[in-house]
Ligand binder design. Structure first.
Ligand code: 3UK
Length: 532
């Protein structure tokens, strides 16, 4: 595994390792996915991906064409993902929680010719369909084609119509191992999200190095990832890792509320559960939390997306009786590259580099640092993205030769464990999803009452970051609860539901540099009591 050469250039299509290999091994009748409403065996998945790839071809999609998935976690997701990849068509799963403007940017930037969209999400793209120059096909999952009312001259199909267009004939596009298979959009502190281009060999590299080697995932596992398939984290947990060994994945199409998550765990009895720190904290606060979180078979829990506070891990082990494996991954590296290990869990740390990846902590000048010195974490490994689509400067800065710059500050202690120390920029995660202070500030400033705004991440009582806003009001506006509520609603609708400020403080002015840049670090220091 760690010594394996994943990167050797050769003819290779990722679908062979994840779909076809399981059928060839005799697992055709084994359950691959269930989503509460429907089930899919490995054999059915293979047939549906043949149909899907055939339909894409029949509809004129060529190798290297691009399509977007705006899909809830149902059995249609793996069919569309692997069906596209089988056809050599570049598949771009999108976050399902965004606004119409954000979809407009990504669908236009990627120039996708088709979008596969879950019926309940249609409303967020219908208003912008008219502006998408390259889109020619809309496929509705979980609803009839007639659900789309503003498609104009474009072809509209239901997911079943689409499958019926293709024959179940074994055909796989002759792709190269180095060829781009899918993109994942990643947000940064400035500018629009960037499409990180991942190649065919990256999923199997992450599945072997982290899924098999670190987690020890095996054929009899049942995986439930509350983190959605459109995140690199959920895509690995729910698709690449289990499919690399012929295991089974349970999907939850709805929002992963603590109630919904506990219900699935009780009903499906998973062996492996994956979530983000906020969810673990919320589950610990739930009245029904207890041994195995309701699953008699639970043997492992995984956390990523943001740092897991030590006390959340410790309380979980005490109440649930299972450790949480915290590891750090990124969209750019596809999955986890520094992690705790079963049997060697050090809560409050991210553990040690996953064998097969190399980690270095470097100074601003690029010098490698010693034990307990804070610097930026950089990573070398086989699953790094090829670059960002049409972003040369950002690509060069992040993917510097073999090394990928994470933008995270870390120290390594004398025993070799890695300790997370925050970001090199002002970004922070809420529920494992990026928040850029800049976009929350922009949303606040677009409110009639706000003159200036600065946003930082502030720890809540579980030690997890949430947005806190400092605002300067325009003349004539009063700071009261009704104004604060209206600001929160305003941010939710403009920027995204998880991004609204949980605390709002009104000030006479904001700390700024001579050139007028907001000094968010000063506000962070004030909050954490560091300031004089
Ligand atoms: C932060 C963590 C401390 C860190 C991801 C697992 O989160 C994932 O990808 P994103 O591109 O964000 C990457 C950034 O998130 N982070 C993630 N995990 C941790 N910080 N401890 C952690 N355990 O700032 C990192 O640079 O959204 C996670 C697998 C695949 C992923 N894409």
């Amino acid at each position: 595994m760690a010594g394996e050469d994943f990167t050797q250039r050769r003819p290779y299509n990722a679908v062979s390792d994840f779909v076809d290999a399981n059928v060839e091994r005799g697992l055709g009748n084994k359950l691959a996915f269930s989503d509460g409403a429907r089930k899919l065996t490995y054999g059915q998945l293979q047939e549906n991906t043949f149909r899907f790839a055939g339909a894409l071809r029949a509809l004129g999609f060529k190798q290297e064409s691009r399509v977007a998935l705006l899909l809830l976690d149902t059995v249609d997701f793996p069919v569309a993902f692997w069906g596209s990849i089988r056809a050599g068509v570049v598949c771009i799963p999108l976050n399902t929680l965004l606004t119409s403007e954000q979809y407009e940017y990504m669908l236009d930037d990627s120039r996708v010719e088709a979008v596969f969209v879950s019926a309940p999400l249609l409303k967020s793209i219908e208003p912008i369909l008219g502006k998408l120059r390259h889109l020619r096909l809309i496929v509705v999952s979980g609803g009839p084609a007639t659900a789309v009312t503003q498609a104009g001259a474009r072809e509209v199909l239901s997911f079943d119509d689409m499958l019926a267009r293709g024959k179940p004939e074994p055909w796989t596009a002759p792709t190269i191992s180095d060829e781009v298979a899918f993109w994942l959009y990643s947000s940064g502190s400035t500018g629009q999200p960037k499409g990180a281009k991942h190649i065919h060999t990256s999923p199997i590299a992450t599945a072997k190095l982290f899924g098999q080697q670190v987690l020890g995932i095996r054929e009899d596992d049942i995986v439930f990832s509350a983190a959605k398939l459109f995140f690199a984290y959920g895509l690995g947990n729910g698709i690449s890792f289990p499919m690399s060994v012929g295991a089974t994945t349970v999907l939850l199409p709805d929002r992963p509320s603590p109630d919904a998550v506990l219900e699935i765990i009780k009903r499906e009895q998973p062996t492996i559960f994956c979530g983000v720190p906020t969810l673990y904290a919320a589950l610990l606060a739930h009245k029904d939390i207890g041994p195995g979180a309701g699953s008699g078979r639970l043997r492992m829990c995984v956390s990523a997306g943001e740092a897991l506070p030590a006390n959340v891990g410790e309380r979980w082990r005490e109440k649930v009786g299972v450790d949480i494996i915290d590891g750090i991954g990124s969209t750019e590296m596809l999955h986890i590259f520094v992690s705790n290990r079963p049997g060697d869990v050090h809560y409050g740390t991210s553990g040690k580099p996953v064998p097969g990846y190399d980690a270095k902590i470097v100074s601003d000048e690029g010098q490698e640092l010693g034990a307990d010195e804070v610097g930026e974490l950089i990573i070398r490994g086989p699953s790094a993205a090829e670059g960002y689509w049409n972003q040369r400067e950002k690509t060069r800065r992040t993917f510097a030769g073999e090394w990928t710059y994470t933008g995270d500050k870390y120290t390594r202690d004398a025993e070799g464990y890695y300790h997370y120390c925050g970001r090199t920029d002002d970004m922070f995660k809420v529920s494992g999803i990026w928040v850029s202070p800049f976009e929350v500030e922009a949303a606040l400033i677009s409110h009639e009452a706000v003159l200036e705004a600065a946003v930082i991440g502030k720890e809540d009582s579980d030690g997890l970051l949430k947005p806190k806003a400092f605002i300067v009001l325009k003349q004539g506006f009063q700071a009261d609860d009704s104004l604060f509520n209206s600001l929160k609603e305003h941010v939710k609708s403009r920027a995204g539901a998880w991004k609204y400020p949980r605390w709002i403080t009104v000030r006479a002015d904001l700390p700024k540099t001579a050139t007028g840049k907001i000094q968010r670090f000063k506000l962070r220091d004030e909050e954490s009591g560091k300031a004089a």
